[in-house]
Design a protein around this ligand. Sequence first.
Ligand code: G6P
Length: 362
Amino acid sequence: DASDIEKGTYPHYMLKEIDEQPAVMRKIIQAYQNEQGDLTIDDDIIEALRAADRLYIIASGTSYHAGLVGKQLIEKMAEIPVEVHLGSEFAYNPPLLSERPLFIFISQSGETADSRAVLVKLKEWNYPSLTITNVPGSTLSREADYTLLLHAGPEIAVASTKAYTAQLAVLSIISYVVAQNKQIHHRFDLVQELGIVATAMEALCDAKEEFEKITIEFLATTRNCFFIGRGLDYFVCLEGALKLKEISYIQAEGFAGGELKHGTIALIEEGTPVIAIDTQRNVSGNIRGNVKEVAARGANTCLIAMEGNHNSEDRYVLPEVHEWLTPFISVLPLQLIAYYASLHRGCDIDKPRNLAKSVTVE
Ligand code: G6P
């Protein structure tokens, strides 16, 4: 569809793609629903997932970050152990494998050479593989045994946004469908929960001005920035830091809140921006403790918290979604902050220096 690859009234593809996320959520729900309205994937894929004693997710960049969240979703919902590996590492230093592994390639483009190098090896070893990609007919899709599509529409901006949340959605659907197939019953309806996610995403897209203000307040002149979180929030922090690095060239790192004291806290100076995510109820007190530790050393702290964890110190309150699905929405503020940081620094948002949309050489 030609309209998909036009910017329309948007100044940048990245902003358009951020805004498309609620619609992509709804499209994915539809694409994976059967006539009865139940979520479903091909029986062959369910069987392959159930036959495996361990899943190995292989990916790079933003897709790797989606894989880290995917591991949590699959382990929590479907109760299958999962490892997540960078393609470029696995290809030359594979771990000891389980007896019946299944490989899951996560790749927006389906063309990433680092992942392909792994797939080529697997085929020699005769292990089954599933590719989750946005591009039907892409190399990783053609060469793997099975494919699941993201249905995110073309992603043009080099910095990946809607493909990340689409990857999370497809990973949640796999987890849920396999759980049901294994008779593991969870007390929520994923169709309904993904609908709530889409609505929450809309609210965040409507709050752009607020994120532009936060960006100016915290990142106007800084040369570095830290993102901290625990549990699922930690993985979102890795993605938030990658987005900021990619397009604004601000040196950024995502850290697990509890690990700060083991080294990184040495970098905190007067005015260092620290953006903290607090969506996970069981570690809310812990991450707030970490925020106090860095604030006491002069950090300029920005707390983004889920409604249920909210208190008066928070700079932004996220609408409530299911506790396992928080990365779907907590990433949006970080995407928007990266966007506005890049915009205010006059960087090339859609085509950052030194980066390519898909890296087809190792
Ligand atoms: C490149 C892009 C990243 C992307 C990564 C993996 O480095 O610049 O945005 O996350 O490749 O791409 P893939 O298409 O495999 O998801």
